[in-house]
Unconditional design. Structure first.
Length: 190
């Protein structure tokens, strides 16, 4: 799967899940330290951060990768906030050579494919987290999940590459589908 369609697909997949989260903002999520509102803020903040990183500009809402923004970005309409951030991130990723050139990031210089891979993985899997937390269907698009799993298997293959951000991989059930394999690899129980 090509980089931009994968990113676009992850954004679209999570957008549908975000639309069904109001009324459940205090619910716990698979991300133990965050409730639904905090996870929405992380996802929206990640989209704004990716806009900045793909455009090589300072972020509108400064946030450390993997963290929370300093303000509530979800506000009273998380779906609208998500849609605005998603449009900005997709526009930046789709501009010129954004997906192929090297970008300065808080984690050091990162090639465009790596930045796209991490952003796609983050948005897609946190969509799964939101779905799980709010009782929505959790089966992700198979092609997207396989793409994200392939990237994660390369980029997060060692304990050092996961340290502080992602828990240890869990063994998926025998015969598990690709979504279950992906989330288990990222330390979540399907």
């Amino acid at each position: 799967m090509e980089l931009f369609p994968a990113f676009e697909g992850a954004v679209a997949s999570t957008a549908e899940i975000v639309k069904a989260t109001p009324g459940q903002l205090d619910a716990p999520t698979p991300c133990a330290e965050w409730d639904v509102r905090a996870l929405l803020n992380h996802v929206i903040g990640t989209l704004w951060l990716s806009e900045a990183l793909f455009a090589d500009q300072p972020p509108r809402y400064p946030m450390a990768p993997g963290g929370l923004p300093p303000a509530d970005l979800a506000g009273g309409d998380p779906a609208a906030a998500y849609a605005e951030a998603a449009a900005a991130a997709l526009a930046a990723a789709g501009a010129g050579d954004a997906l192929t050139r090297v970008h300065p990031t808080p984690l050091g210089d990162m090639p465009g494919p790596g930045l796209a891979g991490f952003t796609t993985l983050d948005i897609l899997v946190h969509g799964w987290d939101l779905a799980k937390a709010t009782g929505q269907p959790t089966d992700l698009d198979g092609r997207l999940a396989a793409h994200a799993l392939g990237f994660a298997g390369q980029a997060l293959a060692t304990p050092e590459s996961r340290a502080g951000r992602i828990g240890p991989a869990l063994a998926p059930a025998e015969g598990a589908g690709v979504t279950s394999q992906l989330v288990a690899f990222l330390g979540r129980r399907p």
